[in-house]
Design a protein around this ligand. Structure first.
Ligand code: NAD
Ligand code: UD1
Length: 339
């Protein structure tokens, strides 16, 4: 069975490709390398001892996509390709709507015109918005997103749902990720943000490795047990395994299905800093700063549906997440750029 993975050289995509290859799938990756590096392909092959096909391709280029989809038998597509920087999306909304939404429409057209009816999409907990109670559960109505990035996720979910209504032969799986952190235990692939990291764990790792002086914790006056925000952090390898389960599910089920992929256990920013220090025996300097616009005090997943219907649960704990994040960072202090 052949799986097309868009954005497959990126952070979550590369870990998913490893798990797909380890599960015996043939994998074709397309990526425009906007936020990833060609070295990732070789490292995936090194980790798995298996081959994959990589084609440099932009999902905004429908003709290039058609060349990929028309020449190969593709059973299922996992669609990661997209822009994901929340702050940048506020500054450049049209770039985000064009890349994420036009790109997805091109992809779905190209897949369905060439006989592939199974699509798994990378959505986000951000679609629950600020109105919903916690923990978030799939039956809740979606809420108001705090950024154009979030709206692209919410809109793409709707586009795929509508496409499925028009064509009942489609299988659409919408995976809502919570906060992926960690890296492959080999330390060969991991998260490598360009510039100053926006997300917590890459920032902590870069402080630990000496690339940044200290972490600023955005707010310690929230109504949470220690005053800092709480999130549902999930190991990226667990998340990757969730995609393999989703591929199996899509092979057996038509229609549109939504799954939260989280652990169900929230940790505060301070708890993450302390766990990182303890797991790795290394100090992380931090200061408290102002709240960041758009941050919610706390949210986490109810992932019972994924357990029941996908047969998936997160297995790795916070110590694993902290250890593997650091293992990646210390072995690749400048990410992929030193190859
Ligand atoms: P990433 O940036 O590491 O991976 C995305 C990949 O898509 C990159 O390799 C990039 O080069 C590629 N890409 C972007 N635009 C493209 C285009 N037009 N054509 C072809 N390739 C393109 O990000 P990630 O963290 O691995 O996230 C993967 C997906 O999961 C994204 O859609 C993201 O929005 C979603 N997501 C991520 C998180 C998170 O915390 N990392 C949370 C929720 C959802
Ligand atoms: C963010 C996005 C979310 C997106 C997700 C994955 C916002 C408001 N939300 O989630 O839409 O789906 O990333 O890309 O941007 N923190 C610090 N100091 C830092 C960095 C983060 O204190 O330098 C705190 C944040 O305030 C937050 C927690 O750490 O409480 C986690 O932050 P982050 O990793 O950016 O994830 P989210 O904000 O949950």
């Amino acid at each position: 069975m052949t799986v097309l993975v868009t954005g497959g050289l990126g952070y979550i995509g590369s870990h998913t490709v490893v798990e797909l290859l380890n599960s015996g799938y043939e994998v074709i990756v397309i990526d425009n390398l906007y936020n990833s590096y060609p070295e990732v392909e070789g490292r995936i092959k090194e980790i798995t001892g298996k081959d994959l096909t990589f084609i440099k391709c932009d999902i905004l280029d429908k003709a290039a996509l058609d060349l990929v989809t028309s020449k190969r038998e593709i059973d299922c597509c996992i669609h990661f390709a997209g822009l994901k920087a929340v702050g940048e999306s506020v500054q450049k909304p049209l770039l985000y709507y064009e890349n994420n939404i036009t790109g997805t429409i091109n992809l779905v057209n190209s897949l369905t015109e060439n006989g592939c009816k199974k699509i798994i999409f990378s959505s986000s907990a951000t679609v629950y918005g600020e109105e919903n109670d916690i923990p978030y559960i799939e039956t809740m109505k979606k809420g108001t997103c705090s950024s154009p990035y979030g709206w692209t996720k919410s809109m793409i979910e709707q586009i795929l749902t509508d496409a499925n209504t028009a064509d009942p032969e489609l299988s659409v799986v919408l995976l809502r990720y919570f906060n992926p952190i960690g890296a492959h235990p080999s330390g060969r692939i991991g998260e490598d943000p360009q510039g100053i990291p926006n997300n917590l764990m890459p920032y902590i790792s870069q402080v630990a490795v000496g690339r940044r002086d200290h972490l600023t914790i955005f707010g310690n006056d929230y109504k949470t047990p220690d005053g800092t925000c709480r999130r549902d952090y999930i190991h990226v390898v667990d998340l990757a395994e969730g995609h393999v389960k989703a591929v199996e599910y899509a092979a057996k089920n038509k229609g549109t299905s939504i799954f939260n992929l989280g652990t169900g256990t929230p940790y505060s920013v301070l708890e993450i800093v302390n766990a990182f220090e303890k797991a790795n025996g290394i100090e992380v300097k931090y200061e408290f700063g102002a709240r960041r616009a758009g941050d919610l005090p706390e949210f986490w997943a109810n992932s019972d549906k994924a357990k029941k219907e996908l047969g998936w649960t997160a297995k790795k704990n916070l110590e694993d997440m902290c250890r593997d994040s650091w293992n990646w960072q210390k072995n690749n202090p400048n990410g992929y750029r030193e190859d």
